[in-house]
Design a protein around this ligand. Structure first.
Ligand code: GBH
Length: 479
């Protein structure tokens, strides 16, 4: 194989998430999730919007599959709305057959179209009833049992046709954004200007721990009860930005950049691949970081058949000299977009946290591969917003050269990581198939390779970037 090709069976395609695209929030028997509730709190979503209609994919899913087909996609990653399937969420609560049918039909049609379904069980939309009943993720006993039951329902319903399962999307976000900063549902934080519930110094670490245990328990169930027949793979998807030291000549910044990777990625991946949290986290957090019981460790260690990697950007990290604050979650470093020389990590986008830096993708693929013993990696999200895109008339927005260049650069970095650095990356899903509900930013920020006209009936228009992704992989995958 030459250094500029990918194997013919390389799994490439596009990704979405239930609450961001489905709409039909109060239809088809769906129960509320914590995001329905969160969107109703004034001031939480930039444009005051919500996912009630979103891309209306609950009704237009066939059109979405046509789009995937027209692009030649090999795979489609989507997530399940737990409260659409079990409106009240719990293991003794009734199933909603109409919700299950929706996902079964979707999977059937994808398979007919020769598109591999990649199913994320959980992309942040926890059933509200479970939060009301026992505080959701905070209750290790109840939460883990309810999650495993939900997973079992889905393995049974979709398993015969699904070979790729993702237990969780970005537990870092559920923990830190949901329970430390309070920027995401359910909005817990110690910052009393934002919320009167939460404890940023303890809750995020408990939430992260319980999600890891739930992931491990669902994987155990899959392996024991379904894997032999269904022949699928299961893993977790973690987010992580690459880091560079703010001052490359300062060993304290070099160490802080490494610590930031451990606090964001190692937090979840170390227990899965090595059996415990990184020592840098234990050192800083002490007993605020839960400890694994022997039983939990057994569930979690070795629980990934593949590593799901979401990646968008990079940061410069500057060490902080004082003792870490109780609400610190970055390993006691400052996260900056300019380095000591004032050089930006990359050009600005619509998202304050995101600046393209493709070489960081290659470096992070290498870091993960080395630290965790060369796991199979599926890139489950990668993409960018474009500064000012929402202000553009559709005829201009669809010519998204900035996003096209992002994809060219990042896909090239992936090919180099695979073919020159020996990283075992076997798939790539661009984020996102559609412009969609971008969480706290509402509809002000677009990530789609397909434009969605939210003012005109959710009409879809393919952007140039969709063709760049499709053409690039079609060319690379000739074998
Ligand atoms: C992905 O997360 C999500 O999986 C997807 O649903 C979402 O649409 C997509 O990003 C685009 O945003 O506000 O400074 O605290 C990407 C990883 C990690 C990016 C947390 C935003 C927040 C930084 N995210 N980060 S900050």
């Amino acid at each position: 194989m030459s250094s500029t090709t990918l194997p013919a069976d390389f799994l490439w395609g596009f990704a979405t998430a239930s609450y961001q695209i489905e709409g039909a929030a109060h239809e088809g028997g769906r129960g509320d999730s914590i995001w329905d509730t969160f969107c109703n709190i004034p001031g939480k979503i930039a444009d005051g919007s919500n996912g009630d209609v979103a891309c209306d994919s609950y009704h237009r899913w066939k059109e979405d599959i046509e789009l995937l087909k027209s692009l030649g996609a090999k795979a489609y990653r989507f997530s399940i709305s737990w409260s659409r399937v079990i409106p009240l969420g719990g293991r003794y609560d009734p199933l909603n057959q109409e919700g299950l049918r929706f996902y079964q039909d979707l999977v059937d049609e994808l398979v007919k179209a020769d598109i591999t379904p990649m199913v994320t069980l959980f992309h942040w939309d926890l059933p509200q009833a479970l939060y009301d009943r026992y505080g959701g993720f905070l209750d290790r006993e109840e939460y883990v049992k309810d999650y495993v039951h939900f997973a079992e329902v889905m393995f049974e319903a979709l398993g015969p046709k699904v070979r790729h399962w993702i237990t969780y999307n970005e537990p870092w976000c559920s923990s830190i954004l949901g329970y430390s900063i309070g920027q995401f549902a359910p909005g817990h934080t110690s910052d009393c200007t934002k919320s009167n519930v939460g404890n940023s110094s303890t809750e995020p670490w408990i939430v992260g721990h319980n999600i890891l245990v739930a992931h491990g328990a669902a994987v155990k169930l899959y392996r024991e009860k379904f894997k032999a027949n269904q022949q699928g793979q299961i893993g977790i998807t973690l987010n992580g930005d690459w880091t560079e030291p703010w001052d490359a000549n300062d060993p304290a910044d070099v160490a802080a950049a490494q610590r930031k990777l451990e606090f964001s990625i190692g937090w979840f991946a170390d227990p899965i691949y090595k059996g415990d949290y990184p020592s840098s986290m234990r050192d800083q957090l002490g007993e605020r970081l839960p400890r694994f019981t022997e039983e939990e460790r057994e569930l979690v260690q070795g629980s990934n058949d593949f590593y799901g990697m979401n990646h968008y950007t990079a940061d410069y990290i500057k060490h902080l000299s004082d003792t870490a604050r109780p609400d610190d979650f970055s390993g006691n470093g400052e996260i900056l977009k300019d380095n000591k020389e004032g050089v930006s990590i990359g050009p600005e986008t619509q998202s304050p946290w995101l600046r393209p830096h493709a070489i960081g993708f290659r470096k992070l693929l290498g870091w993960i591969s080395n630290r965790y013993g060369r796991p199979t990696i599926y890139v489950t999200e990668n993409g960018t917003s474009v500064k000012g895109e929402s202000q553009l008339p559709v005829e201009q927005a669809i010519h998204d050269e900035f996003r096209c260049q992002y994809f060219r650069d990042y896909i090239e970095a992936l090919v180099q990581a695979r073919n020159e650095d020996g990283v075992d990356v076997q798939g790539y899903m661009a984020w996102s198939l559609l412009d969609n509900f971008e969480w706290a930013e509402g509809y002000e920020t677009r990530f789609g390779v397909v434009y969605v006209d939210f003012a005109r009936n959710q009409e879809r228009r393919v952007k140039d970037s969709a063709k760049v992704v499709a053409d690039t992989f079609t060319r690379l995958c000739r074998g």
